[in-house]
Design a protein around this ligand. Structure first.
Ligand code: ADP
Ligand code: MG
Length: 620
């Protein structure tokens, strides 16, 4: 094929364009955005609203309503009105947070939760598909053409099952998913942070019912998620609650009717939102018995009422920083996401915590959708230049086989590409000069249950005592998902290397099956792992004791030696069995029996080393 070259100075002919959209499929609200004339725009519904409440209501005749119309049914018909369905995506019954109170009838089915509605059984994927369909229709209407593809955002902590569920929902809604994008990354892209050089960014996302903090690291145009944390049951709704409780206390209303409770809660939310602009908010509610509740809520009182909620967001922030191994001063910028970050008390707390004002130029409701739209636009090739991000994640963990047939994970699944991680390993036997490296992929603890990707050997390690060699194994996955593994012995510099294509041939069904397996067998795996670890520990101790006896048997009395031999025999016996606790006990017993021996050997070798040395030489 010949490459085309345009005349110098002439503009290249515009490629036929496809319209791509970015979708923020949120827990409380969803949005769709696109790029028009190089600028991101958030698309409106027929009434000029950009937010679509993520609420779906099912009628008996299978008619479905989405958004504001659906939300109107929430208190009247909660069992058929789905709010916050995102919490259930890709989740089984056992995965749901403990304190989640569920107004729905859950169907008795294995796998992902299913809801019984009056229109039949529906899955979270189907409910989400209704929201996506509504957004797709909105986009088609306002753009006047079919959508070429969509980037849909997901929380950074979403696992493969949750991501897959999101993709399936898009498929059901007739959308081609160009890519799933992490929400905090989308927010960072919206602020153009990917255009910067390098740095650490924190994304603080307080939505309606969830709080997420993500620590991102930008290097050469690629964001890596260093840590995520949050509180799945903390959001703007809790601030509404605090105002509502205050209203009840103020009015002495102990048990309002469901209708009054809804009105009071609605008024509480409006007052909260108004207080983001003003310092006082009037509240006026007419109750079902005709009485009128009139109060004024000041920002000062509101801040006092919600102080503990604001504080509650900061401990996940601390944890995330700690997990990422970073200090507050390492953070170059803070991005605010989520409608609830409009509250001045939040902005102030974030500014104080990070010792810098957060980025607030973009609308916190829209920032994720805008980033997704920019990414979608780039992916369909409407953006010039080649300096664009290539973000993808590893679907299953990558690691190597260690002693006892255990899989040691080196790159955890869902790591953003490209990624490199290294870990040090050592030799098992004295004088060992080669090491066999077996690269595996999967979530299971045992190598036999993972997928074998490649094997290679590191040879030429200088002979040393067991445990002295330091072999650094580095995993590197480039933006196209190509994995290379290298192993280098640190003291001698000998090196070996191999390239593998990690997910080659792994179909989506395989991934799902492997994940399901890993959930199902998690308990067995822990048992098996303990057993193998204890066996390795037991063998190691036997070997070391044998070596010590061979060298320094003379330091022991007959009695002492007999006790050690007995301990060894006992340990050997337990090693043939499969009771990890018995092995552990035998290891401890042998350790105890040989403590004195070890101490004597130490003394002996120190004396041997010191013999003939002058005192002053020792004092340096
Ligand atoms: P999600 O990401 O969960 O879909 P959103 O980002 O849409 O959530 O945030 C919804 C929350 O933001 C609600 O609790 C809403 O009351 C709150 N919110 C929206 N606007 C404001 C405002 N002006 N002041 C305070 N809170 C607001
Ligand atoms: Mg959100």
């Amino acid at each position: 094929m010949l490459l085309q070259i345009s005349e110098p100075g002439a503009k290249a002919p515009a490629a036929p364009k496809r319209v791509a959209v970015g979708i923020d499929l949120g827990t409380t609200h969803s949005l769709v955005a696109t790029v028009r004339d190089q600028r991101p725009v958030v698309l409106e519904d027929a009434e000029g609203r950009v937010l679509l409440p993520s609420v779906v209501h099912y009628h008996a005749d299978r008619q479905v309503e989405v958004g504001y119309e659906a939300r109107a049914w929430q208190s009247e018909d909660p069992a058929n009105t789905f709010v916050s369905v995102k919490r259930y995506m890709g989740r089984g019954r056992g995965d749901l947070p403990d304190h989640l109170d569920i107004p729905y009838r859950l169907a008795d089915a294995p796998g992902m939760v299913q809801f019984e509605t009056r229109a039949g059984t529906v899955s979270p994927v189907q409910v989400s598909a209704e929201i996506l369909k509504a957004l797709r229709e909105r986009a088609v209407r306002s753009l006047g053409e079919e959508i070429g593809g969509a980037v849909i955002t997901v929380p950074a902590y979403f696992d493969e099952a949750q991501r897959q569920a999101t993709k399936d929902a898009a498929k059901l809604a007739g959308l081609e998913v160009l890519r799933l994008l992490n929400e905090p990354t989308a927010a960072a892209v919206a602020y153009g942070l990917d255009q910067g050089a390098e740095g650490i960014y924190a994304v603080y996302d307080l939505g309606g019912g969830t709080f997420d903090i993500s620590i991102l690291k930008l290097t050469r145009g690629v964001f890596e998620v260093l840590a995520t944390n949050g509180d799945p049951l903390l959001g703007g709704d809790d601030f509404d609650r605090a105002v509502y409780d205050w209203l009840l206390r103020e009015t002495g209303l102990a048990t309002p009717t469901p209708g009054d409770a809804r009105r009071l809660l609605g008024a509480a939310r409006s007052a909260k939102e108004l207080l983001s602009e003003r310092t006082e908010a009037p509240i006026s509610v007419v109750l079902s018995d005709g009485t009128r509740v009139e109060r004024t809520l000041s920002r000062w009182v509101f801040d006092t009422l919600t102080e503990s909620l604001v504080k509650k967001t900061l401990s996940p922030v601390r944890k995330a920083l700690r997990d990422a191994g970073l200090a507050i001063g390492d953070v170059k910028g803070v991005v605010l996401v989520g409608g609830a970050t409009r509250m001045p008390c939040i902005r102030q707390a974030v500014a104080e915590f990070f010792q810098q004002p957060p980025l607030t130029d973009l609308d916190p409701d829209q920032v994720v959708a805008i980033g997704a739209a920019l990414q979608a636009n780039a992916l369909v090739g409407n953006r010039g230049g080649d300096d664009w991000l290539l973000l993808d994640v590893i679907p299953l963990s990558l690691g190597i086989e260690t002693l006892g047939g255990l899989a040691e994970k080196i790159i955890p699944r869902n790591s953003t590409l490209p990624v490199a991680r290294a870990q040090e390993f050592t030799t098992w036997k004295d004088g060992q000069t080669a090491m066999s490296i077996h690269v595996v992929q999967g979530e299971r603890e045992l190598v036999s249950e993972c997928r074998s990707l490649a094997r290679f050997e590191l040879r030429g390690i200088p002979p040393m005592v067991a445990g002295a060699a330091r072999v650094r194994v580095t995993f590197q996955v480039d933006a196209d998902g190509l994995l290379s593994v290298s192993a280098a012995e640190q003291t001698s510099g000998v090196e070996a290397k191999i390239e593998v294509k990690p997910s080659y041939g792994l179909k989506d069904e395989d991934i799902t099956r492997m994940l399901e397996d890993s959930f199902r067998h998690a308990q067995d795996d822990i048992e098996a792992r303990r057993l193998r670890e204890q066996k390795v520990e037991g063998l190691r101790l036997l070997e070391a004791t044998e070596a010590a006896l061979a060298e320094d048997r003379a330091l022991l009395s007959e009695d002492e030696a007999a006790r050690i031999y007995q301990g060894m025999a006992q340990l050997r016996q337990t090693l043939d069995g499969s009771d990890w606790e018995a092995i552990k006990a035998a290891v401890e017993a042998l350790n105890q029996a040989s403590t004195e021996f070890a101490a004597r050997r130490m003394d002996h070798s120190i004396r041997r080393a010191l013999a003939g040395q002058k005192l002053e030489q020792l004092q340096v």
